[in-house]
Design a protein around this ligand. Structure first.
Ligand SMILES: *[C@@H]1O[C@H](CO)[C@@H](O)[C@H](O)[C@H]1NC(C)=O
Ligand SMILES: *[C@@H]1O[C@H](CO)[C@@H](O)[C@H](O)[C@H]1NC(C)=O
Ligand SMILES: *[C@@H]1O[C@H](CO)[C@@H](O)[C@H](O)[C@H]1NC(C)=O
Ligand SMILES: *[C@@H]1O[C@H](CO)[C@@H](O)[C@H](O)[C@H]1NC(C)=O
Ligand SMILES: *[C@@H]1O[C@H](CO)[C@@H](O)[C@H](O)[C@H]1NC(C)=O
Ligand SMILES: *[C@@H]1O[C@H](CO)[C@@H](O)[C@H](O)[C@H]1NC(C)=O
Ligand SMILES: *[C@@H]1O[C@H](CO)[C@@H](O)[C@H](O)[C@H]1NC(C)=O
Ligand SMILES: *[C@@H]1O[C@H](CO)[C@@H](O)[C@H](O)[C@H]1NC(C)=O
Ligand SMILES: *[C@@H]1O[C@H](CO)[C@@H](O)[C@H](O)[C@H]1NC(C)=O
Ligand SMILES: *[C@@H]1O[C@H](CO)[C@@H](O)[C@H](O)[C@H]1NC(C)=O
Length: 759
């Protein structure tokens, strides 16, 4: 009888409900979502200031500092740009990047000179802060579709207020103006050396050279860098969302026109602020480690893979060395599923199994026997009779070692021995570039869209009532400055150019400011007006990428994106209140990222900085002379270093253009190839993970074969040196174990004794 009682209680134990989710202790994720839910549109005005901010550690993956952009490093602004220049500059930021929800330039009090009012020489606006933010145009009468296009922008001068009220963005009562206080106000007195100085050598079209010094924000290699991040804050009374802002200072000479250079100091006169939705930023739950250092509140466990926007569980749990996944599981446990598990699942479900027998790595290596070597050479026939030089690129099956020997072997001395077409790779060699260099392409597109907006919105001949005057046409200095900003603001851009179509730039036949740097992180940059080179074989108008975009955009502009703007400008010079701009709402048409053009990689043998390059080119548009139709006005181009890309040797779909596709050396039967990003333009940027049902047999802190080892051992095999290549296979996984589970034993006991015992 006693046995029956035991059996019964065992069954009860299994049935009783164990509290779901209790294994999940309250963590910082909960704290933060509680803090975020506490503040809303209606109560934010009366919340304590501290509640409008989150802890600064709550952002773990700040975008790379080097993606920053300097706005307007004015070289010589005898003529300050007008207000519309600033407005449209912020519009271009938001229109180009879907992840940016607001962009603004806040000037310090009495520090913004302007050319927008008559008789305003040597005078400044009390406050000036053009800001653009993305409006929800779901219900807007200009869109009949009744869907959010995300292409309507509210543009407003936040400086159009009475100073020293709570609307004043410089005052303490503004509460959320951390972005202002990060760099401003900047008190420099009697010091000329507080700002980073850059030197620019300009070679004009008439072949005269000039060198200018100018002061700017810190370089990307300095500490602190040019970008400061605010804590996440609730954008109270404005967009009413949780935002994070990146702030870059703007340096200028102040005061001006004193007649005494020694009392005119380089000063931070303003700050460019870009705001992003906090909820769209990845969180990182993994413990700090290599490549993941710094404070982070979300740390819990697991290994991080690619993040999902602001949600728990953006990680994977992998097995420790010496363990493997159960036979029925194909891929590592996903954090998303782990986080949703009940306690019972969590404690019993996500277990890795122990590997029965662990092999030691051999100490002494040997040459492969001829039949093994022939077996592999037969499988990788491209290594049998190896071609070298440019011809390797045209083999039916690519020999990646010899191809990279060729590509990496070119330098500025021997490149002259090759024909130009041999120094041009086909498009497949830049697999991944469009994603990897997306930020750089967006910077080019931003400038193109800014020029489009300015050409289409600002009419220099327009006459306004009162003292306000229209912006002057874009000047050469402004174009040189904007082009320079691309190269300065991003260390991955080696050169940038703004190439104007013939007779489209005011008073110039050809105009193409081209900025480049010779070494990374230099404080010295060069600008050259390529209009100087006007012979048919060297003029930029005949370059294939220029002609491609020119003919692509010769007549049909239907595809262009339409951006609507609702601009509110200041009432008069002193600000006071806002009022609508004369054209309200208005729009401009500009390119999207896919309207640009990526060139195939090429070795720039004759260029200023010889190297393997990739170029992205974005077009810009303005009205024709009759103002009835758009026309192509020119392009903005940026070039990046090809060798910064990663090579992906893993197999992929047949339609993916990747020259190095499927050149990995993993054992196909027992393992599969997984790319490891960040290894650069080299072989071995992958690992061989064991397939389902196979296990990694060696005693090792890792559970996969590293691609670099695999490739090196393969080269040894080809060279007939000592090699371990034949060992790089996974082993068939054995039966899990011969231990029986307690439940099974109990049930068996129950069956045996429950029926037969008491008799
Ligand atoms: C700008 O250029 C004008 C004319 O070339 C010159 O007089 C002025 O000094 C320059 N200003 C600065 C700040 O270099
Ligand atoms: C930007 O703001 C709009 C409207 O407030 C919102 O619908 C959208 O999700 C935001 N986008 C981003 C990327 O933050
Ligand atoms: C700005 O200039 C105005 C008028 O000259 C002056 O009243 C005000 O105090 C100045 N503000 C600052 C912060 O210097
Ligand atoms: C060359 O061109 C630049 C810019 O257009 C101008 O400032 C300079 O005076 C010119 N030099 C000569 C010698 O004409
Ligand atoms: C300007 O500089 C370039 C090289 O940087 C040089 O080749 C050229 O001769 C210079 N022009 C003048 C007029 O000095
Ligand atoms: C410009 O303003 C500064 C400071 O307000 C003043 O010292 C200077 O004399 C002014 N210059 C001219 C030419 O009016
Ligand atoms: C290797 O190249 C040589 C000479 O180019 C040729 O005779 C031989 O047939 C080639 N072998 C194979 C297997 O292609
Ligand atoms: C263009 O040239 C005309 C005539 O020489 C001149 O009046 C005008 O100011 C110039 N425009 C610009 C922007 O330099
Ligand atoms: C701007 O407008 C306000 C309000 O009408 C007025 O008091 C102020 O004098 C004006 N400023 C100028 C410079 O005209
Ligand atoms: C194979 O051995 C030879 C001679 O020791 C050496 O020159 C060659 O670099 C080795 N090959 C590899 C791939 O290490």
């Amino acid at each position: 009888m006693i046995y029956r009682v035991i059996a019964l209680s065992a069954c009860l134990l299994a049935v009783s409900v164990i509290g779901q989710y209790e294994w999940q202790a309250r963590d910082s994720f909960d704290e933060i979502s509680r803090a975020m839910k506490l503040v809303n549109k209606d109560n934010c005005e009366i919340q304590h200031v501290g509640d409008l901010y989150l802890h600064e550690d709550s952002v773990s993956h700040l975008p790379d500092i080097k993606d920053s952009r300097f706005i307007r490093p004015a070289i010589n602004d005898t003529y300050d740009p007008g207000m519309m220049y600033y407005f449209l500059s912020t519009v271009a930021d938001v229109s180009t990047n879907k992840h940016i929800n607001a962009s603004a330039i806040y000037f310090s009090p009495n520090m913004s000179y302007s050319s927008s009012y008559r008789g305003f020489f040597n005078k400044t606006f009390p406050r000036f802060a053009p800001r653009t933010f993305r409006a929800d145009d779901f219900n807007d009468p200009i869109h009949l579709e009744r869907i959010s296009t995300l292409n309507t922008f509210t543009v407003q001068d936040l400086g159009a207020i009475k100073p020293d009220t709570s609307n004043d963005y410089t005052s303490d009562y503004y509460r959320i103006n951390e972005w202002y206080k990060k760099w401003l106000p900047d008190d420099v007195v009697m010091r000329h050396d507080t700002k980073t100085t850059y030197h620019i050598e300009i070679r004009y079209a008439n072949n005269t050279n000039e060198t200018f010094p100018f002061h700017g924000p810190p370089g990307a290699d300095e500490v602190p860098g040019p970008v400061k991040w605010t804590r996440p804050y609730f954008d109270c009374g404005r967009s009413n969302r949780w935002l994070v802002a990146a702030v870059v200072p703007i340096a200028d000479i102040y005061p001006r026109h004193t007649g005494f250079r020694h009392i005119e100091y380089p000063t931070y006169t303003g700050a460019a602020v870009v705001e992003m939705d906090f909820e769209r930023i990845d969180i990182n739950q993994c413990p700090p480690g290599l490549g993941n250092n710094g404070p982070n509140l979300f740390c819990r466990y697991g290994k991080m893979q690619k993040g999902k926007p602001q949600r728990r569980g953006a990680y994977q749990c992998r097995c420790l060395p010496g363990y493997r996944l159960p036979l029925q599981t194909r891929r590592p446990f996903l954090g998303e599923i782990v986080e949703r598990a009940t306690a019972e699942q969590y404690y019993n479900g996500f277990d890795c199994l122990k590997i029965g027998w662990i092999q030691k790595l051999p100490v002494q290596w040997e040459k492969a026997p001829p039949y093994i070597r022939n077996l592999y050479l037969d499988r990788y026939r491209e290594y049998l009779n190896q071609t070298t030089g440019p011809a390797t690129l045209n083999q039916p099956k690519l020999n990646i070692h010899r191809t990279l020997d060729f590509i990496l072997g070119i330098n500025k001395d021997n490149c002259k021995n090759y024909k130009p077409e041999e120094l041009q790779l086909h498009g497949g060699a830049m697999y991944g570039a469009e994603e990897y260099f997306q930020n750089e392409a967006k910077m080019a597109l931003r400038l193109a869209n800014f020029i489009s907006a300015f050409l289409q919105v600002s009419d220099p001949n327009e006459v306004y009532s009162g003292k306000r005057v229209a912006d002057k046409p874009l000047t050469e200095d402004q174009m040189i400055g904007e082009t320079l900003a691309l190269v300065l603001g991003n260390s991955r851009i080696w050169s940038a150019g703004t190439y104007w179509e013939r007779n489209k730039f005011t008073n110039r036949t050809l105009f193409a400011p081209y900025a480049y740097k010779k070494i990374l992180n230099a404080r010295k940059l060069n600008v050259e007006d390529l209009a100087r080179l006007d012979k048919p074989d060297e003029v930029y108008l005949n370059k294939p990428w220029f002609k491609f975009l020119k003919y692509r955009w010769a007549s049909n502009f239907d595809n262009l994106e339409k951006f609507w703007m609702k601009i509110k400008i200041r009432f008069n010079e002193t600000g006071e209140t806002t009022r609508k701009y004369e054209h309200y709402p208005n729009y401009y048409q500009g390119a999207r990222l896919e309207h640009g053009y990526w060139t195939a990689p090429y070795y720039d043998c004759k260029g200023k900085v010889p190297m393997w390059k990739i170029k992205y080119v974005a077009p810009f548009f303005g009205w024709d002379s009759l103002k009835v139709k758009l026309e192509f006005k020119g392009v903005v181009a940026v070039t990046m270093d090809l060798l910064k890309l990663d090579i992906n040797q893993c197999p992929d779909h047949y339609y993916i253009a990747n020259a190095f596709k499927d050149t990995h050396k993993c054992d196909q039967k027992t393992s599969y190839c997984v790319p490891i990003p960040g290894r650069g333009f080299e072989t071995g940027g992958y690992k061989c993970e064991c397939k389902q049902g196979f296990e990694y047999p060696f005693e090792d802190p890792i559970t996969y074969y590293d691609g670099q080892l695999v490739e090196a051992e393969f080269s040894n095999l080809v060279d007939n040196n000592e090699t371990r290549f034949d060992m790089y296979k996974c082993r068939l996984a054995g039966a899990s174990s011969i231990q029986a589970s307690i439940v099974t034993v109990l049930v068996l006991l129950c069956i045996c004794f429950g029926f037969y015992g008491p008799r």
